[in-house]
Write a new protein. Structure first.
Length: 259
């Protein structure tokens, strides 16, 4: 392989001229910086080389380890555990904690993630849904994003499949998977949003996700089974409150009424 010095001598170029030739256009440099910032993964490695075994840790996304507790996740993202939304309380506790990029106190480097939704099964992190900012990923192709993620998680597959999005409605919302990284315990799935021109990632622990799915199905079954009784109780309570309001108004207005 010719060195840069050899190339300069062969073409009789000055070093300053060589620098101008070798320098990439600003637009290409900015696009490469965007790719490097994506997910915080570096793209300096040779994309055709096989990733190291140590790099393929699918048990975590960034610093968030599957199985972590709600208080631990909340502390890492600067939220309070009380900000988590309770989705179901039985037969298992299903909660969601939503982080938004504008809540971040760090301004050292723009975060390409716009929102991260953390889902918990009995207090354990089982699912992460990331929506990336359309403006911070602008110009990136699907291949760029897949390469960035593959540098961290290894070789991707491209299954003809859809993945469920929400953990609050028996995973009714679905998105087409454009790339997948998985092992026997964890799964990472890249998708393009059906509603806006941006990328998203759904990652989960297969074991905890299966338990959560079963619990959510049962929770909805119980809710539907008990819905008539709860509606009757709600209506009865409303009627009692209305009667109390009418009686109170009667006590005030009756003595003052004049025909």
């Amino acid at each position: 392989m010719l060195s840069v010095a050899s190339l300069i001598r062969a073409q009789d170029l000055k070093p300053s001229e060589t620098k101008a030739i070798l320098q990439r256009p600003p637009a290409i440099q900015e696009l490469e910086l965007q790719r490097q910032r994506f997910l915080g993964f570096s793209l300096q490695a040779d994309p055709v080389s096989t990733p190291s075994i140590n790099a393929q840790d699918l048990s975590r996304y960034r610093e968030f380890q599957f199985g972590m507790s709600l208080p631990a996740i909340a502390k890492q993202v600067g939220l309070e555990p009380s900000e988590a939304k309770v989705i179901h309380q039985r037969p298992a506790l299903i909660q969601e904690l939503n982080w938004r990029s504008e809540l971040s106190l760090s301004s050292s480097q723009p975060d390409p993630a716009r929102t991260i939704l953390f889902s918990f099964y009995n207090g354990e992190l089982f699912r992460i849904v990331v929506n990336y900012d359309r403006y911070k990923t602008e110009g990136l192709t699907t291949e760029d994003v897949v390469e960035a993620i593959s540098a961290k998680y290894g070789t991707a597959t491209k299954p003809s499949a859809e993945i469920t999005y929400s953990s609050s409605q028996v995973y009714n919302d679905r998105e087409a998977v454009i790339a997948r990284w998985e092992d026997s315990q964890y799964s990472f799935n890249l998708f393009r949003s059906s509603y806006q021109p941006t990328f998203g990632m759904i990652a989960f622990s297969k074991r905890l996700d299966a338990l959560a799915r079963a619990a959510i199905v049962e929770a909805i079954r119980l809710d539907e089974q008990e819905a008539p009784r709860r509606e009757s109780e709600r209506q009865q309570k409303q009627d009692e409150e209305n009667r109390a309001t009418q009686e109170k108004a009667k006590l005030v207005n009756r003595p003052q009424f004049r025909p």
